[in-house]
Write a protein of this length. Structure first.
Length: 370
């Protein structure tokens, strides 16, 4: 059982990195030449599901309201990122963003400030059926929905909540509201939902949704992840290849975490595809086929801490500076310093089968914001 997080969150505070050379471009450049243009910003650490690969059954001790960024603080941080540091895309995350009471006001303010900025949101879709159209009207561009199973019992086993029908209603409402392309994120767990991979893909293709399978990452609050139990990208491709032929998507990956494949039906008993391209599927292989060399993401947690990498053990506090009366220039400089110190890679690509040399971050995914 993880220890409760003290108010304000955990995570070692990063020493202010020294040595960022003068004269660098104004953006979020790191020591290895990568430039972060994709901002992931968490609105809350709270969630109404208890997914086994993320949270313990009893949940976590949530941050206090005072510890979480206000709507005004969120809008200011995003403005600095977009206007001063070259951020070109924003993803709102959680926890579960839909549980935040002022979500519509935040999105409307962001859209007013940045009319052309792509603003997406990752959600579990519980309650989305009632909020999809208002979110679209407020200025949200599109939706990513976590959906690991289409079977009620399996969904309940994975999330510890009997909400599959609510999620499916939310997905359909997002599509109807024009929050597309609707992307679905699925984590396969060995012996639980891995056999569903082909049927999940068939369901998504039939409705025009974009499915992405994500390797389970060591970001569970119970710290029970092992590399041995993880369904790898190679295994995912094998599972899908029973019914489909996958070929590389000709579009440039352009820093995207998912490797995309065009999908065609397989002639039974052969290696031959038949018929037209049915759609695409993505595989995010953060563990076994990492894409660190082309990572373009910068993350801000719900309490305003910069994480240069999803697996960082160090964080840089931006909110204390903001609440202390700092100028936009001072905030931008701290952000740049934090990203300059971004590690070359997350370190999982060279460890053994059970990853004995990899130290899992203290925070779970819900406390970081994906």
């Amino acid at each position: 059982m993880p220890q409760p997080r003290p108010e304000g969150g955990t995570g070692r505070q990063a020493p202010q990195p020294a040595g960022r050379p003068a004269g660098l471009p104004a953006g979020l450049v790191d020591r290895y030449g990568r430039v972060a243009t994709d901002m992931r910003l968490s609105l809350t650490d709270k969630c109404n599901l208890r997914c086994t690969y993320c949270m313990p059954a009893e949940g976590l001790e949530w941050l206090s309201k005072a510890a979480v960024m206000s709507a005004e603080e969120i809008v200011r941080i995003v403005r600095i990122g977009v206007d001063s540091l070259g951020v070109r895309e924003l993803r709102l995350t959680g926890g579960e963003p839909l549980v935040r009471a002022d979500l519509l006001e935040i999105i409307a303010a962001l859209r007013h400030a940045h009319p052309d900025l792509p603003i997406s949101m990752t959600t579990n879709a519980v309650g989305l059926d009632k909020k999809a159209q208002p979110l679209k009207d407020a200025g949200l561009t599109r939706i990513n929905v976590s959906l690991d199973s289409l079977h009620e019992e399996t969904f309940t086993q994975l999330t510890r909540r009997p909400f599959l029908n609510k999620v499916l209603a939310g997905v359909d409402a997002a599509w109807a509201a024009g929050l597309g392309p609707v992307k679905l994120n699925a984590v396969l767990m060995r012996g639980i939902n891995d056999a569903e991979a082909p049927s999940l893909l068939a369901w998504a293709l039939g409705r025009g949704y974009e499915l992405r399978f994500i390797e389970q990452m060591p970001l569970d609050a119970d710290h029970g992840w092992t590399r041995r139990n993880m369904i790898t990208a190679a295994e995912i491709r094998d599972l899908l290849s029973v019914d489909y032929v996958l070929s590389a998507d000709p579009r440039e990956r352009d820093g995207a975490p998912a490797e995309r494949f065009e999908v065609r039906a397989r002639v039974p008993g052969t290696d031959t595809a038949e018929g037209p391209v049915l759609g695409t599927v993505g595989i995010i292989a953060s563990v076994t086929e990492p894409f660190c060399a082309d990572c373009r993401r910068t993350r801000i947690t719900a309490e305003g801490k910069i994480m240069s990498c999803l697996f960082s053990h160090e964080e840089t506090d931006l909110l204390d500076l903001l609440r202390g009366g700092a100028t936009d220039e001072q905030l931008a400089e701290r952000w740049q310093e934090a990203m300059w110190a971004k590690p070359k890679a997350h370190g999982m690509d060279h460890v053994g089968l059970d990853a004995p040399d990899f130290v899992q971050p203290d925070r779970s995914m819900s406390a970081i914001g994906g």
